[in-house]
Ligand binder design. Sequence first.
Ligand code: GLN
Ligand code: ZN
Length: 763
Amino acid sequence: MARTHNLGFPRIGAGRELKFALEAYWQGQSSRDELLALGATLRRRHWQDQAALDLAPVGDFAFYDQVLDMSFTLGNLPQRVQDFHGDTLDNYFRVARGRSAQSAQAHAHCCGGVAAGEMTKWFDTNYHYIVPEFSAATEFRLDASRLLDQLAEARVQGVKAKPVIIGPVTYLALGKAKDQSDRLALLDRLLPVYAELLAVLAAQGVEWVQIDEPLLVTELDAGWGDAFARAYQALDTGKVKLLLATYFGQLQDNLPLVASLPVQGVHLDAVNARDEVQALLARLPAGRVVSLGVINGRNIWKTDLNAALDWLEPLARQLGTRLWLAPSCSLLHVPVDLDSEQQLDGEIKSWLAFARQKLNELTLLATALNQGRAAVQAELDANRNAIDARRNSPRVHNPAVKAALATIDAQLGRRQSAYPIRAARQAELLQLPRFPTTTIGSFPQTAAIRQVRSRFKAGEIDVTAYRQAMQAEIARSVHEQEALGLDVFVHGEAERNDMVEYFGEQLDGYAFSQFGWVQSYGSRCVKPPILFGDISRPRAMTVEWITYAQSLTTKPMKGMLTGPVTLLNWSFVRDDQPRAASCRQLALAIREEVLDLERAGVRVIQIDEAALREGLPLRRAQWQEYLDWAVESFRITANGVDDATQIHTHMCYSEFNDIIRSIAQMDADVITIETSRSDMELLDAFDHFKYPNEIGPGVYDIHSPNIPSEEHIVQLMKQAAARVPAERLWVNPDCGLKTRQWHEVIPALTNMVKAAKTLRATL
Ligand code: GLN
Ligand code: ZN
């Protein structure tokens, strides 16, 4: 008898209830009790959704973040909030979100200003966790109250509860030592607290605890492998059974280690690591539970259940009750419920599964294994039909796109001449001053702009009225830029809701859900577009807006596009072809747009690759392969233009050391990057590598409402000029200005333009 369980359920709610409740609470519009009640309602509903499983996760619900929850459970609060005497939940939110000294004035007696915990990406997902903070002096102290409360709540509701915690080694690895001390040295202090937690759970009659160690799918640095052995020896107390959960990839070199740990069960991501199952089984001691993550927890496609059964049936015979089935990872990374979708194309919808549907698939698989396929024959047939329909659909397969893909050769991604020759031609044509000034694309997205867009979408205004309103916004931003005296203009992106969705909506091969929200961090959610088929561009997407903007000024107007790698990395993508193939299709489509812009007389074209770095695989060994096709895709997109056309790219992050060689291979004439908060140190990477083309290091931190002074910008640029020759430097903000207000942008850019003039006069 195979058993079913789940590793985690999306906590945000099918209607994003948690988001709205959190925001109301933070704004003082609802009470703590209301927020707590909503949390309980969501947990109840989500456990009901999982009622058919043999075990459901408890403790996967978090008001902000599961890693921050774990920090509180372990009593590891940042030093700066430890003397807080108010409510624990409020302290939790202080760590999560920080509190400005300003807003804290009213609370000076209780909480004061406090910096938010650092946030970073959870492995290779788009979920962000709050980084645990350590120092050599860190002590841990158990606070099991959250877990015990949720466990009690689950028990009352008849939930077959399996508490979920983050394992000690992954927990340490995810954190940062503020004093550069060795985090591993804390393991001996941490393990007794874990042991105590397991004992407390055991005292509650808990049989199984899921202990997550996704670190095991990464390359372990020296010492970390031993830490696993030491940790699990210490936690092998015989009081509860441990299910060691690994996910997001293969174990590879770590497989023998995993098999050797004294735990009662191991969960393997059988989507990514199916090939490792036999090797793991061969090594695991007799009697161990093997949980196979057979339903993909990272995408939105239906599982091919018949194919899964072909593979699982012999395993089920071999393993009997030792076989457990689950999604590959927590379902946190997929939307909640496909049934909410009323506007999605019916055919495409029939190919999809969100969290609730994925759990149905899981129970179907278990029933088929335990009672024979005949017990669920109708469902299996329906699944086969859906899988076959998708496989053969002309909506998915476009022979013209496949033919174009087959003709890609190295020539396609090559500029006509090398950078120095191009730079000369561009200089002649554009006649820019030294230290040219520009912005990254968007100007403030005012309430008025959003309203016009949503009224147009709702059919309340016609296309003529919409176009007029957008043109008025473009004209406004052109006039502001004239007044500011910038050198290379942008149209301001008023017509764009989002840099991926805007293009996805105009490309064939993309679909959009209404409610397919996935938590990104805290109350923030994203709704990734669904790339389901071969990508083609039926018509030009941006040319009309850019040429209108250009018609209003004699200054060069930058065409503004999102690059193929970013479109890919911020979408749910196909699982029936390699990511590289989908990326190349996107590249060909955006290339056509680049060429159309050039034909329309646009002389400067920016192709944003905001998400290129975050697509790096978990294992370093796989980085180069990714970078190769990512760079190739960018080059296909960008490099079909004439020497005189200036290609810009933009990346809003500041870690380039690892990827600088690939960035150079992209061969954009100009790259703008985020630097203002790093004091230009990151330019060292460009300096050491002798990055040959032009660079615009951001000098205005657009994430903050602060207005940078002229002196500050001059000083930053001087630091930049110490690393990069002045004639190759641009002056620009860190990123787009859409989240700022005009009354912030105008003085900031005024100072930026003044700073550029000072630099021209002095450097
Ligand atoms: N062109 C985009 C903008 O200015 C770039 C956004 C980004 O890099 N995230 O909004
Ligand atoms: Zn950016």
